[in-house]
Design a protein around this ligand. Sequence first.
Ligand SMILES: [Zn+2]
Ligand SMILES: [Zn+2]
Length: 138
Amino acid sequence: MATPKQRTASCACGNLQLSTSGEPERVSSCSCTDCQKRTGSAFGVTAFFNADQVQLVSGEPKTFKRGSDAGRTLSMKFCPECGTTVFWSLDEYPGRVVVAVGCFADPQFPAPERNVWAKNKHHWVEFPSTVKLYDEAP
Ligand SMILES: [Zn+2]
Ligand SMILES: [Zn+2]
């Protein structure tokens, strides 16, 4: 068996770092307004891993809890030095860790399969036809 692929995700200042082992279960993009505020951009891109695929390498994240448009509670983990949100978990799914794809700074990272909350998609954003659009969370 091949060695699982290792990747590193980090915040803007490099203080908060985690490593992932193996491929994400799913790569998704989200146009909800919370992701717009998290990124300061038009949409977020996220990778879902099993908690046992993810290890904190350095830094002590702070937690910002918020509700999601789908009615779940998210614990957003961000670097207290530079403010970058690197990963989060859903309180309802403790076995899962979601990592902000931009924190890998890897242009070869697998592409998202879907865009959720597309009803909040900025009018000029166009995804390739391989990305399935969902008005809300499927
Ligand atoms: Zn930082
Ligand atoms: Zn979102």
